[in-house]
Design a protein around this ligand. Structure first.
Ligand SMILES: [Zn+2]
Length: 409
């Protein structure tokens, strides 16, 4: 997402200072933003030196570099500097500069719109102690950050997507909307889905959030399940289209900057994975076949582990290295090992899967696993309802129970 700029660090602490030549000077107007050749965000050096801009407004820092707002340009600035739309800026700059430029644009609009006091109409000035504008009447105004929800609604097989071909953004998107007064985020989700497409939702689950300076928002992402009838009704005239998409038909995202694209990709993978399981089950006439899906960092290595440790037969499904099917010899049990979404690695602990496989002889399997040096979490033990089991841990940390019926005495 746009704000994920590691190894760079963003510091929004308000520590006003005078600019240096190496700091960035951001100039915005109705046309967009000033960029230097590169393209990149211009520095004061590009604009003839920081000494001319001693009244520049300090915004924030990234790494050791300050970002300042300037409200005038020198009458003769070099040809290497040109105005570009904010959309163009988001397309051409490296991610950390897009994030800085977008956040600076949010502050530019807020400073521009708060030059006069909303309470008494007098001219405001910048606070010396915090990022705020203050008025002699006592009014203090802080930057505008509007919370808005965005939700991926699924019926278990399909994802709901919407679009408005009259809007400047005419691609398929997710249901989204501003949090209204007196509402929790979850209530906003339910209300927006009902208002936009006439559907009821349940199991509203928080995902992640994202500062989205493009439109002065913080976006709060959710998943939700359809509750009841799937008939779409476009209610409030905001949308021109709403469609249920099967995973294979979900439109590919253009960029990876927004939380919307992460939500869409996450649901696409889940639905596709569920579909694979259902298809594998359908394809087999064996009523005992079970299919288990596991997301793995390294699907090939994990599949090889199962092959060596448990004598499973492995097969790269249709030549796709991210999707390995592992079939166990002793029972009709299929494990589909899928590539875990790479974007989930950084911030989330991998999900531990726990499942059971049916074997003929738990103790024989124990000897074999020990021979491979595999970590055993629970050595073979009897279960009171006539089964024997052990639990081992695979290289990705999943817990697997091997279970067998105890031989009759
Ligand atoms: Zn005032």
């Amino acid at each position: 997402m746009l704000h994920e700029i590691a190894p760079h660090t963003f510091s929004n602490a308000y520590k006003p200072r005078r600019p240096a030549d190496s700091d960035h000077a951001l100039y915005f107007s109705i046309e967009g933003v000033l960029l230097s050749d590169g393209p990149s965000l211009p520095t004061f050096a590009d604009l003839g030196g920081a000494q001319v801009y001693s009244d520049a407004t300090y915004l924030f820092s990234m790494d050791e570099t300050g970002f300042f707002l300037i409200d005038t340009l020198p009458p003769q600035h070099p040809d290497t500097l040109q105005m570009h739309t904010l959309q163009r800026m988001r397309e051409v700059l490296p991610q950390q500069e897009v994030f800085a430029g977008t956040t600076a644009g949010q502050l530019y609009r807020w400073y521009r719109d708060t030059r006069y006091c909303g309470r008494c109409g007098m001219r405001t000035k910048l606070s010396e102690t915090e990022r705020a504008v203050v008025c002699a009447c006592g009014y203090t105004c802080y930057p505008k950050i509007a919370p808005a929800i965005i939700v991926a609604v699924s019926d278990g097989k399909r994802l709901l997507m919407t679009r408005n071909t009259r809007s400047t953004y005419s691609r398929y998107a997710l249901v989204a909307g501003f949090v209204e007064i007196g509402e929790t985020f979850e209530q906003t989700v339910a209300r927006e889905v009902m208002e936009e497409v006439g559907l009821r939702v349940k199991n509203i689950r928080y995902y992640k959030n994202q500062p989205w300076g493009v439109s002065d928002n913080v976006m709060i992402g959710f998943f939700a399940d359809l509750d009841g009838d799937d008939t779409i009704t476009l209610n409030d005239g905001e949308l021109t289209e709403a469609v249920w998409f099967e995973p294979a038909d979900i439109p590919q995202p253009v960029t990876r900057q927004s939380i919307a694209q992460e939500l869409i990709e996450t649901v696409r993978e889940r639905l596709a994975s569920a579909q694979t399981g259902a298809e594998a089950e359908e394809a087999s006439c064996q009523p005992r076949l079970r299919c288990i899906n596991i997301a793995a960092h390294n699907p090939t290595a994990l599949a090889e582990f199962y092959r060596d440790a448990l004598g499973a037969v492995t097969d790269h499904t249709k030549g796709d290295p991210d999707r390995v099917e592992v079939r166990f010899c002793y029972e009709d049990e299929v494990l589909v090992v899928l590539q875990q979404d790479a974007r989930q690695h950084e911030n989330e602990a991998p999900k531990r899967h726990e499942f059971e496989l049916h074997v003929v002889d738990v103790d024989a399997e124990y000897d074999r696993l020990c021979g491979f040096g595999i970590e055993i979490e629970r050595p073979p033990a009897d279960l009171p309802w006539g089964f024997r089991y052990l639990r081992f841990v695979d290289p990705e940390g999943n817990g697997i129970d091997l279970v067998a019926k105890k031989p009759a005495d």
